[in-house]
Design a protein around this ligand. Sequence first.
Ligand SMILES: [Zn+2]
Length: 140
Amino acid sequence: MIFRCKACKAFVVADGLSKTRKCPSCGHITRLANVKVSRRFETLDQAVTAIRYLKIPAAEREDVPYQAGEGAGDKVSQKEATAAYLAGVKISHPAGIEEQEFVQGARAAGIEKKYLEKVLHGKQAEGSIIEVRPGCYKVL
Ligand SMILES: [Zn+2]
């Protein structure tokens, strides 16, 4: 899961098993039973990937040689990278994201454009991504 540290507002990753989590930014200890979860993930890797995306300022994302799953030892699949990316977009762009930034962010996250388009069409068809206005997508 990802939650926001109450003390410093940084996003923090925690597993679903621990009772407390110390914020890596400020050291504040959060009791996870009471925490407002920003987002839950199936695996800790997905949460780590999403938070990594969030921590890269939008202006720099394109230039960062960022690969989803880097540091976890192996390269995660396009599917997992895309799931983590969309989860990050949902949190960082609650009102919707412009197509250009959406595509650039995906590229920076190591997602191929063709795959992103396929997923986008699928998610739009099932209604989990909506086009709030032409060229602006919102992840639900
Ligand atoms: Zn903190």
